[in-house]
Design a protein around this ligand. Structure first.
Ligand SMILES: [Zn+2]
Length: 549
């Protein structure tokens, strides 16, 4: 007995090739084979569930047995067409439930018997990969020397599990996942005919849940239509433990906007919901994937890599989830981990009383967890791996100090002019993706400091210092040292500088730490000591007015 929810699927099951949805190419090939009378003795239909393999096999069997087919379409009136549902010459075997060698032996014994009233005896073996090894061996014997009146149509969702010896005897046809558009339109059509009230967003959600399979789509629609007067998005989500694309989008937006509170709220709600975490992860990954591609298309490798890493971590998580731990907590941690890293600097209060020590404490590299630093390092070229966090930790405050010590407006203007030129002409696309998000904010004779609104960009910049400086030298034939700060960090440094100025702090050129082998330090200004005056501020920030109280 068919259960209720199969009613729609059975009712709207295609009865001819033209009604098969989403497999135009495959159907055209099969039709041509029939029209040109070029039939093979064995076919294998492969593809995901619910994509029309069994329906196509049945229509194929019906068409080749029709007495007056016209252009690959069965006439519908001959005795074979009339008796299609009771046709003893079309034999369906579900290997998932009959996987023993006995069933196949019986089949093979019967194979020799000629069809009772049709041209062909057609064996349709569904889920053929489920057959046992001995059953495959028995089947192979028949496939090697098939009687003229027999045609096998094997169907499988798992072609990798079908022995190559079987595959080599079959003509293969691949059934594709049905597109969301095709499923949506078909569902809409069925709803109109059945007078099922449904909203478009509910239809979209069912389409999503069906994952390219029409049978699942119709089953879901059927089940909901028996319990709901009007099917809404909410009823789909509630009944199928799903999460709306709106929610998924708001998670991604909150992440990209670094809105920790928002993302925390969403996950708190998810933990209390009945949402299935596997569906959730799948949906999330689907959306992240689209986002990642968008970033890639815009040449935004930073965001692309970041999203890509989340996708990989979510995938790893799927294989590791322990039933005792709330999966949503773990998914949340993946986001939170990255966001805390992003934010750790922004929330630190500024102290005006400290100078160099403060700079060291606040430097953007120090607070990045080690693992994160390694990920960042992985993303820049391997050649830069000799720049390590310890080195940067020492270098950053000194380079900031040295740049402030000798900065002036003329250098800044020149550095800014060159910077645009540098972005345009830098040869490495990887470096270009980093520097394009940075602007020159301070410059001295030998040091340029850049700032980026994204902290991760600044970090990656600093790990690529050596390459960037080399590229700069190649283009402008001059040695320049660089350093990147996040905009927040830069604002703090500016404040500290102004504070120092008020207190008559003297900036002295300090010696940079040495990075063994590669990094060339030219501390040519060691003996240069400078005293700052208030008027210098205007000169170094390129601003019209800076008020010092
Ligand atoms: Zn016919």
């Amino acid at each position: 007995m068919e259960t209720d929810y199969k009613v729609l699927y059975r009712k709207y099951r295609p009865t001819n090739f033209d009604e098969i949805i989403g497999q135009k190419f495959t159907i055209k090939m099969l039709k041509n084979a029939i029209i040109n009378n070029k039939l093979s003795h064995a076919y294998i239909f492969t593809g995901p569930r619910g994509t029309g393999k069994t329906s196509t096999a049945k229509i194929f069997a019906k068409t080749i047995n029709c007495e007056n087919p016209q252009n690959g379409v069965p006439c519908g009136t001959c005795i074979n067409c009339q008796n299609i549902n009771q046709n003893a010459d079309i034999i369906e075997i579900d290997a998932a439930s009959n996987n023993g060698v006995d069933e196949i032996r019986e089949l093979i014994n019967n194979v020799k018997i000629t069809p009772s009233f049709s041209k062909y005896k057609v064996y349709i073996i569904d889920e053929v990969h489920m057959l046992s090894q001995s059953a495959f061996n028995a089947l192979l014997l028949t496939l090697e020397e098939p009687p003229k009146h027999v045609i096998f149509i094997l169907a499988t969702t798992n072609i990798e599990s079908v022995p190559i010896t079987i595959l080599s005897r079959c003509q293969r046809y691949d059934f594709k996942k049905i597109t969301d558009e095709d499923i949506f339109n078909h569902l809409k059509n069925v709803c109109q005919k059945e007078k099922i009230e449904i909203t478009d967003d509910a239809l979209k959600e069912i389409t999503y849940l069906a994952e390219g399979g029409l049978r699942d789509a119709l089953s879901i629609l059927n089940q909901l239509s028996t319990s709901e007067a009007t099917i809404t998005l909410e009823s789909v989500l509630n009944n199928y433990g799903s999460v709306s694309l709106i929610q998924i989008n708001s998670i991604i937006d909150a992440y990209l906007n670094n809105d920790f509170q928002q993302i925390q709220n969403i996950f708190e709600n998810l933990q209390q919901s009945s949402v299935d975490y596997k569906t959730f992860i799948k949906k999330l990954v689907d959306k992240l994937f689209i986002k990642a591609l968008n970033f890639k298309n815009k040449n935004d490798n930073i965001n692309y890599n970041e999203i890509k890493n989340i996708v990989f971590e979510l995938n790893d998580l799927l294989n590791k989830i322990n039933i005792n731990i709330d999966p949503f907590l773990l998914i949340f941690m993946i986001f939170a981990d990255k966001m805390t890293t992003k934010e750790s600097m922004i929330n630190k209060p500024i102290s005006h009383s400290e100078t160099d020590d403060k700079i060291i404490k606040d430097n953007p590299i120090k607070n990045v967890p080690k693992k994160e630093v390694e990920t960042i390092k992985d993303n820049v070229s391997r050649e830069t791996s000799n720049i390590n966090p310890e080195y940067l930790e020492k270098l950053i405050p000194i380079r900031i100090n040295n740049c402030f010590a000798q900065a002036d407006k003329n250098h800044l203007q020149k550095a800014k002019d060159n910077w645009q030129n540098f972005i345009t002409n830098i040869s490495s696309p990887e470096l270009k993706a980093i520097i394009i998000d940075c602007n020159i904010v301070l410059a001295s004779d030998d040091i340029n400091i850049v700032a980026s609104s994204q902290k991760t960009v600044a970090e990656r910049f600093n790990y690529s210092l050596k390459q960037i400086e080399q590229e700069y030298e190649n283009l402008f034939h001059t040695n320049k040292k660089f350093l990147a700060l996040s905009l927040n960090q830069w604002e703090k440094e500016k404040n500290i500088y102004m504070e120092n100025l008020k207190n008559n702090y003297k900036y002295k050129i300090q010696e940079e730490p040495t990075l063994k082998e590669t990094f060339q330090n030219k501390n040519t200004n060691e003996e240069n000591h400078q005293e700052l005056k208030s008027s210098d501020i205007i000169n170094i920030f390129n601003q019209e007015k800076v008020e010092i109280q």
